[in-house]
Design a protein around this ligand. Sequence first.
Ligand code: SF4
Length: 315
Amino acid sequence: MLTPLPPLRVLIAAPRGFCAGVDRAIQIVELALERFGAPVYVRHEIVHNRFVVDRLRGLGAVFVDELDEVPDDRPVVFSAHGVPKSVPAAATERGLSFVDATCPLVSKVHRQAERLIEDGRHILFIGHAGHPEVIGTFGQVPPGSMTLVETEEDVARLDLVDSENLAFLTQTTLSVDDTAAIVTALQVRFPSIRMPRSEDICYATSNRQSAVKAIAPECGRMLVIGAPNSSNSLRLAEVAERMGVAAKLLERAADIDWDWLGTPLTIGLTAGASAPEVLVREVIDALRQRFDVTEEIADHTPERMVFKLPRELVA
Ligand code: SF4
């Protein structure tokens, strides 16, 4: 007689996975391949997910680190994270055809940065050093006009020539809670600092974090599907950990650490904004091999955001 599988309730966070910006960026590469034929070059990973990148590579996309790897006669797509102004400028100078897949919410931060510089402000930018979005946003303004702030300790250490003429902006994929603490520290230290007109942390990042918070109290473990270089996926694991739930980031079902997972009665499952739903199904299928799984969707905030595609690809 077969031993019955242990029961496992899987609370699937909603919203999870693809956001409107990632969806748009992937569609841009697919449409560029249809319009121009393969190969279409893509500067940097279009989104931080190996599964997505490998699928597009299979369709004829070629991923490169820098523009000088793109042949003169092939089109190039810029990733959803945004690029410094120097990149489209260099592409134009070379006469390359390019399509910009920068998420419109990242572009909005770029425009805010430009306006603040025009107003004579020095910008404190809350973000993670080395992230492509941060590099892209710094590349919108003259060198020295923006200072990176990663932590509350950084705020305490700031040594500025003019502390009256400041403004702050943030990366779109930060921890909502950490950022609130850094913003408070900035306001305490620089009471006249100008706030952004609206929240820069994007709807998708904050909704996914809220969805994890909503299910965490019921979960013995939390699985987060996402790449190790995906900022918003890392933040989801952090949010769960801070609520006292051990969490693991995994790229595919094969990464599940079964010893670590143990035999909890309930686990949470979510996916970062660049992780496709097919990977969520893959993880659930793997769980079904070892557990008697009951799935529950824990719908938190329905999302209806859709971004327009660039005119040159849909006209
Ligand atoms: S996570 Fe937010 S900012 Fe980034 S691509 Fe998605 S919607 Fe745009």
